[in-house]
Design a protein around this ligand. Sequence first.
Ligand code: NDP
Length: 498
Amino acid sequence: MTAVHVPGIPIIEAGQLVSTNPATGVEAGRLPVASDADVRQAVDRARVAGEWWAGLGFSGRRARLLRWRALLAKRIEQLADLVHAEGGKPVADAIVEIVTAIEHIDWAARNAGRVLGPRRVRSRLILAEFSGHLEYQPHGVVGVIGPWNYPVFTPIGSAAYALAAGNAVVLKPSEYTPAVGQRLVDSFAEVVPEQQVFTAVHGLGDVGATLCRAGVDKVAFTGSTATARKVMAACAETLTPVLIEGGGKDAMIVDSDADLDAAAEACVWGGMTNAGQTCIGIERVYAVDSVFDTFVDKVVARAGQLTVGPEGSDIGPITMPKQIEVIRHHIDAAVASGGRAVLGGPTAVQPPYVHPTVLVDVPEDSAAVREETFGPTLTINRVRDADEAVTRANALPYGLGGSVFGRRRAVAIARRLRSGMASINSTLTFAGMSTLPFGGVGDSGFGRIHGEDGLREFGRAKAITRRRARSLLPSMTFERTPTDMARLVKAIKMMYGR
Ligand code: NDP
């Protein structure tokens, strides 16, 4: 019997995972589903490949990773077309996503040696007769589990850094975007044909669960907070370290001295790019009373001009069909509890599309304010001042990113946001800055990808001491004498006893 294709819903047909475009239902990818044994074999093969890859050293890996990013750059249009075909994302959004991913590969390749390579560290007066050496060695095999909403940027945010650090990577792409995941590993194999350093295993969530238990040395998970809890539980069985990039409900604060045109433009983009299906997307806005009305008018004017549709539009279909009911519920509940739709509203939900929706005066306990909506929707609420905005922004268990528009107080406000990242007078920009770490707090996860912290996330600190002289105050030996100990006590009192 042939399974029925419902647009956007992945199915398994004759042992193959089939992905389809959420707007048209046209098949986008067909990849073999990995059995438990396949996943374990992939990890075993990756372990062998990883030893070879680690042996190339930083310069050997850098050369190959730079060739990979060159290949992706040359073929950027083809990859963007596939991202569009599989997830429905507008091609322009896909291009921006891939550009960002390429930038991260480039930075990770060029900087891994400097950040992770062997170096001397200073010793102090205590143990001055030893020199200190530090390096970050690869974990071995890193399992990367990725979501569908940024099927290039999110896996590469972990994989490029893990590879640059000398690890092999086994990727489990989302069941909604397996073809994009496979394209990434295939392109890598073109420039690194010798060994299977970066491979993919496909299937539903159970394949991800198997990967966590297949002997990987670290798991880098990007996805929802609910799945993150399962991943951590699975990894706890073997004390496998995990990195969690979870969900978010990012807030934007518009202060009284903000440039309101710039704020409105960035708010609409930050909230509605990729149809709002962005972990660091702006979902709620707190605008201070004095600028609230003008700001809302400007947002509505801009968001109202966005085009919605399958091709060449600003907003494409909702990738995961079941999310449409979540979006519908959030809008309906917000309106039922006293919120007002100043753009869109309940009628904006027209599967597989959701038209831009701006809700104001939504109660703070409403799902539209507290839970991930993942649609082209914004709540904008009025606050007395920036202090109240910060209190409300920080009231959720999530803490991924955030944005502040303003002048005098903007930096102070950004620092007070309970989040791993914030952008001032822009939205989402921290994601593209490869020199900055990316990650959240609370329900948004822990650990960091990108930047120097992102490289260190995929290396194990290895500390080495080396004797370079005889000990003047021997203490870590049974050869020590009472006189040695008395001199040590005297020295420590002189050094630290004041
Ligand atoms: P999910 O948590 O549903 O899935 C993420 C990945 O985990 C998928 O590959 C999924 O496979 C896999 N998976 C499912 N069950 C398990 C399991 N038991 N063990 C191991 N892996 C499993 O997230 P979505 O794909 O829906 O992605 C959207 C979410 O990702 C949002 O919450 C968003 O905020 C978050 N996200 C966070 C980012 C960040 O950097 N913090 C960036 C981008 C998105 P399958 O698809 O086959 O079910």
